[in-house]
Design a protein around this ligand. Structure first.
Ligand SMILES: Nc1ncnc2c1ncn2[C@@H]1O[C@H](COP(=O)(O)OP(=O)(O)OP(=O)(O)O)[C@@H](O)[C@H]1O
Ligand SMILES: [Mg+2]
Length: 397
């Protein structure tokens, strides 16, 4: 989730900078693991190289210089970084991103027909500073999510609210201004171009708002209920990744009709969603089973794949380490496969995130895996003390 949220944020900010500067392209380049990565490329045309070394490349030298740069009809040797990226441009401006720490970045705008002025360089730098602030907030929120659980969640909500206000409201304001200017100019062609631009901008803002909303609670859960929402996830895994996906529900005497409280439904949905994403990304599986059942007052949700599995102690251990970091007193709850140690798969945020969600509803998460024997992720949550939801959604206890 975190990486996609970060990516979405960078792309959105690149789009906005491009509109503000009326540029042909805007690129955001970030240093990651000692290389330069093109994290977003907004605009016409595409980038030939998306990863470049820092040592020995013109882009690397530009990055190391760490200064704003502006070029207009560059002579050979003056802006070889454009050639390295495979971008043709008449003019370019670059602003370093003021990111704390060793891994910085830069934002770059390119025009194919006109030069950039001083004001453009200032606008680009302002967008760069804004992107940096948001990126750092995103990364800090991610770290805090791991460290402080519920408290961070609250802060995360505040951040979303702020983002809605600062970004979406401001983005819409820019669109309104563009349309009004075009209307006042009385120039039909300009008006038409502004409408096209506004339609594209609106589409971006709508996507942004959708993204925010699904981050908070998947719409499918409210509209359809847990069983149907999970079936939709399974169908998607089948359609997009070609996985044979089966779902089974044994929820009390009412079968699929039984609703659980919203917090628990969201948790189950999110855990199954991350587990399915992991299956499609890492497992090389052909089939996956999702079983949600109620036994002896406990709800379990298990996602089992027939993929390649992973050695005990590899990603799982990394996940357990992270969980221990989040709460040094917590018991790891990791059910390993066979031998401990070994393995070099780096753990991401998915597993610790699933564990944290489990803990927030008073449950546990177990991970069972071994090389060649598939993987099972099992969430177990006791129902005692939770509100009881009847089929019609009314609360009975
Ligand atoms: N079903 C699976 N089959 C095989 N390997 C898996 C499976 N699920 C997870 N893994 C391994 O466990 C690692 C950690 O998973 P996790 O979800 O924590 O991180 P990620 O998917 O790599 O990154 P993120 O979830 O942060 O985008 C994965 O990188 C992968 O090596
Ligand atoms: Mg994952």
């Amino acid at each position: 989730m975190s990486r996609s949220a970060e990516r979405w944020l960078i792309e959105l900010m690149a789009d906005r900078a491009r509109t503000a500067l009326d540029a042909a392209m805007v690129l955001v380049v970030l240093k990651e693991r000692g290389e330069l990565h093109v994290a977003a490329a907004s605009g016409r045309g595409h980038v030939r190289a998306s990863v470049l070394p820092i040592e020995g490349s013109a882009l690397g030298a530009l990055y190391e210089a760490g200064r704003p740069v502006s070029v207009d009809r560059p002579l050979p040797g003056q802006a070889d970084w454009l050639t390295e990226l495979g971008i043709e441009g008449h003019a370019a401006v670059v602003a370093p991103l003021p990111i704390d720490g060793p891994d910085g970045g830069m934002i770059m705008a390119v025009r194919s027909d006109a030069a950039f002025g001083d004001q453009d360089a200032t606008t680009l730098a302002a967008h760069g500073a804004r992107l940096t602030r948001q990126l750092m907030a995103e990364r800090n929120a991610e770290l805090e999510r791991l460290r402080y659980g519920a408290q961070a969640r609250e802060r995360e909500r505040e951040r979303w609210a702020r983002e809605l206000h600062d970004d979406t409201v401001q983005g819409l304001g820019v669109l309104r201004m563009q349309l009004a200017n075009a209307r006042d100019s009385g120039d039909t062609q300009r008006l038409r171009a502004a409408v096209e631009e506004a339609l594209a901008g609106l589409e971006r803002e709508v996507q942004g708002i959708r993204h925010l909303i699904t981050e908070l609670r998947p719409a499918a859960l409210d509209d359809l209920g847990l069983a149907a929402a999970l079936q939709a996830l399974a169908r998607r895994a089948q359609a997009v990744y070609g996985l044979q996906a089966h779902t089974e529900f044994h929820l009390g005497p009412d079968g699929e009709q039984r609703r659980l409280d919203p917090e628990l439904e969201t948790t189950i949905y999110r855990v199954v969603q991350e587990a399915l994403t992991n299956v499609s990304r890492h497992a090389q599986a052909s089939s996956v089973h999702i079983v949600v059942a109620e036994t002896d007052g406990t709800i379990t949700a298990a996602v089992t794949d027939d993929g390649r599995g992973f050695p005990a102690g590899a990603p799982v251990q990394a996940a357990a380490d992270r969980a221990a970091l989040a709460d040094p007193t917590a018991d790891g709850q990791v059910e390993s496969g066979e031998a401990a140690g070994g393995g070099n798969a780096p753990g991401g945020f998915g597993m610790p995130g699933m564990r944290e969600r489990a803990e927030l509803v008073g449950g546990t998460l177990q991970i069972a895996s071994a090389p060649g024997q598939g993987t099972t992720i099992r969430l177990a949550v006791p129902l005692a003390g939770r509100p009881h939801f009847a089929a019609d959604g009314s609360v009975t206890a």
